[in-house]
Design a protein around this ligand. Structure first.
Ligand SMILES: NC(=O)c1ccc[n+]([C@@H]2O[C@H](COP(=O)([O-])OP(=O)(O)OC[C@H]3O[C@@H](n4cnc5c(N)ncnc54)[C@H](OP(=O)(O)O)[C@@H]3O)[C@@H](O)[C@H]2O)c1
Length: 333
């Protein structure tokens, strides 16, 4: 089988698509013949050695995928050869096959394509957890989503609209704003490359505030950090919740802590991966609710691009170039 291999941490260009031996399942393991895998921001970081953990070399990046069970270990009870499945893994999805414990794999219904199955669970799982458990969203809320056309950002916009909230979507370009409009954003803000000077930061904050009917947001969803966070926090409303989701724009920002006091506001951390492990029942309930919204047509995960798996390097580069809209899915044909 072929796999994308990271042999040393460094630039994305160093990754190679090469032939390796097919994995054999251990007693409780299954081998999945991968049909589709979603691109996620950590794929860009992990191959450069910039992620929270560093896998042993060589490894294939890729956190989530879907496919068909090819082989099962002798004590596997939940699956058989030929079953259609979705999986999440710390790495290994950008390949033709992956081997994992049977509990890392979930069945997918026949009416959901491999591409769709691979594309939405992490992005929608993260944003659902962020808005529901951490933000305690209600239909009276006004929500600001930064980076609103990216993987988790667009999922947050989609879910918040499905929950009946008013949503202001902020993005860097007109093209990205158009997508957010299609996804029901009530107001749009285009921030270009972001505020650089003190005056630009103040003007950005004032622009954000001006789009809130309440003069400040109940929830702010922030997957980008860097120079966007402080001006956005200054646009929060009384008792607002600021959801810290990620730092796609680069720097982990610092915040004057008095800003929380002035608005009675909370800074709320979101870590979906840890939530899925520590509160697996709550996560299962979230996933069931997401699937229900999906089947009712109330949310619509966007796959903006499908890329052949062997061209994974080009796809991973898109993350660093701010080039991903919704989800990019890698496919083995
Ligand atoms: N906390 C959690 O549990 C959790 C779970 C999943 C993901 N995350 C984090 O959430 C963040 C977004 O992940 P994602 O998968 O949605 O990524 P993505 O699809 O690539 O979206 C990232 C967005 O960030 C914005 N951005 C601003 N500056 C950027 C830059 N210099 N380079 C790239 N993007 C930039 C872009 O929108 P604009 O161009 O419009 O600014 C882009 O749409 C990442 O930091 C990821 O690690 C956290």
């Amino acid at each position: 089988m072929k796999t994308l291999h990271c042999k040393e941490f460094g630039p994305v260009e160093n990754l190679v698509w090469e032939e390796v031996e097919s994995p054999e399942p251990g007693e409780h393991e299954v081998v999945v013949s991968i049909k589709a895998a979603a691109l996620n921001f950590p794929d860009f970081l992990i191959v450069q050695g910039l992620y929270q953990f560093k896998p042993e070399l060589p490894f294939a990046p890729g956190n989530e995928g879907s496919g068909i069970i090819k082989k099962v270990g002798k004590s596997v009870t939940r699956f058989k050869e030929g079953d259609r499945v979705y999986f999440m893994a710390p790495w290994g999805a950008f390949a033709e096959e992956a081997c994992m414990h049977e509990f890392g794999v979930m069945p997918i219904p026949d009416d959901i394509s491999f591409e769709l199955a691979a594309s939405y669970q992490m992005a929608y799982g993260t944003s659902y957890h962020a808005l529901v458990q951490r933000g305690e969203i209600s239909n009276k809320d006004e929500i600001l989503v930064l980076g609103a056309s990216g993987g988790v950002g667009l999922a947050a916009l989609d879910i918040a609209k499905a929950k009946g909230a008013r949503v202001v979507a902020a993005v860097s370009t007109k093209e990205k704003a158009e997508i957010c409009k299609e996804y029901g954003a009530d107001e749009l803000i285009i921030y270009g490359e972001g505020p650089k000077t003190k005056d630009e930061s103040k003007a950005f904050s004032n622009e954000l505030k001006s789009k809130s009917l309440k003069g400040g947001y109940d929830i702010i969803y922030d997957p980008i950090g860097d120079c966007y966070t402080e001006p956005a926090f200054r646009a929060i409303g009384w008792k607002g919740k600021y959801l810290v989701v990620g730092f796609a724009a680069g720097e982990i920002p610092k915040l004057p802590i008095n800003l929380t006091l002035l608005k009675g506001a909370s800074l709320v951390g979101v870590f979906w991966g840890t939530f899925t492990g520590l509160e697996s029942e709550a996560n299962q309930k979230n996933i069931a609710e997401i699937n229900q919204l999906l089947s009712e047509g109330k949310i619509k995960p966007l796959i903006s691009k499908e890329v052949p798996m062997e061209n994974a390097v080009e796809a991973i580069k898109m993350i660093g170039n701010r080039g991903v809209i919704g989800k990019v899915v890698l496919v083995n044909k």
